[in-house]
Write a protein that binds this ligand. Structure first.
Ligand code: DAH
Length: 354
């Protein structure tokens, strides 16, 4: 029975007593206080729910403590002393218990929802690194070990940085080889077709000696099993006094040994790029289905003196080499992937293999 109900019962009993004796007896309040004191002492507050219950039953506006105080107002003055003392002691106990409970709940970080901690947890699906990222990072590490610094540049470029500064004249057939996405044809703003534009920006902004690589996304209007309209390249550039073709070969041999292994067969083939003279392409020996093949992995050459001049570097004083490679091609060779489109489909059966 709640304190209030008992109170009503006692009041009505007291009226009967008043009727017979005129002396109401409030000793029952001391019993009541003792009972609530025991209840408070044994109350376990471990969670937010326990705290709420404690407030509802004991310490809150409608709890037993308040009921007792209401009742206390009605008892005659000569009986107030003992009951009042006991009631104040209870009040202190109730507050202490409440504070203790709050401290416990907060320090144990018990959540409001009182989740069942024994239930099995949710399985978190950890993602995998994309193979293109794995290879990109590996290539960067290989070059950083021998002093190359990573530089990035904008993907939306202007014609001058992407073509003209690199010796592509306006009607140059090499522009056709790099089918271009134009963002604004009138202003010649385009999506860069190669990362060689970062060479230009670096030469313009820095003084030799410089040794950089610039990995990044490039765009060409081309799409089939071995070409994607968006793909990734890593450009390399080294400019100093007396840089020669043998320095270029040495660096690229080092790269091939590090990436493909010490026994990899390599060859240089003469080639053509508007911004290098002489130019070459590098192939590696590759065995597919038991058959030996040469596979092209990068383009390279000695930076054309015109390009150095365009970028404010004196070709009489400095020389340099440059190279550029496709990250997709390197990844396809490493993992024997035959269709470039697999990289961009986000099929988990593919991605989870790396
Ligand atoms: N930019 C060339 C391309 O996208 C790749 C390349 C070739 C970069 C020779 C170079 C280089 O720096 O010297 O096909």
């Amino acid at each position: 029975m709640k304190v209030k109900d008992k109170y009503i019962l006692v009041i009505s009993t007291s009226f009967q007593l008043i009727f017979f004796t005129f002396i109401p007896n409030f000793n029952f309040m001391l019993n009541e206080i003792a009972e609530i004191t025991e209840k408070v002492k044994s109350f376990q507050i471990k969670t937010h729910a326990d705290l709420t219950l404690y407030k509802q039953e004991i310490s809150g506006k409608n709890g037993s403590l308040n009921d007792l105080f209401e009742m206390f107002k009605t008892i005659p003055g000569d009986q107030k002393k003992d009951v009042g003392k006991a009631l104040n002691e209870l009040k202190i106990l109730v507050a202490e218990k409440f504070d203790e409970g709050v401290t416990f709940v907060e320090s144990n970080n018990v959540t409001k929802s009182d989740k069942d901690e024994t239930l099995p947890g949710k399985f978190l699906n950890f993602g995998k690194r994309h193979p293109l990222n794995l290879v990109n990072e590996e290539v960067i590490n290989i070059f950083e070990k021998v002093g190359f610094i990573t530089k990035e540049g904008p993907e939306v470029e202007d014609d001058w940085h992407n073509f003209s500064a690199l010796n592509f004249t306006h009607d140059h057939p090499a522009r056709d080889m790099q089918d271009t996405f134009f963002v604004n044809k009138e202003n010649n703003i385009l999506l860069r077709t190669h990362t060689s534009s970062v060479q230009v920006r670096t030469m313009l902004n820095e003084k030799p000696p410089m040794r950089i690589i610039s990995p990044g996304r490039v765009y060409r209007c081309d799409s089939d099993a071995t070409h994607s309209p968006v793909f990734h390249q890593c450009e390399g550039l080294y400019i100093d006094k007396n840089v020669s073709f043998s320095d270029l070969k040495d660096t690229l041999f080092y790269f091939v040994r590090s990436y493909f292994g010490n026994d990899t067969k390599v060859r240089f083939r003469p080639s053509y790029f508007p911004f290098t003279e002489p130019s070459a392409e590098m192939d590696i020996g590759w065995t597919v289905d038991g058959k030996f093949k040469w596979m092209e992995i990068l383009g390279c050459g000695m930076i054309d003196p015109n390009v150095l001049k365009n970028c404010g570097i004196d070709p009489e004083e400095y020389s340099g080499y440059a190279f550029g490679m496709g990250i997709e091609r390197l990844t396809m060779l490493r993992y024997k992937i035959s269709d470039i489109r697999l990289f961009y489909e986000n099929d988990l059966r593919f991605i989870n293999q790396f």
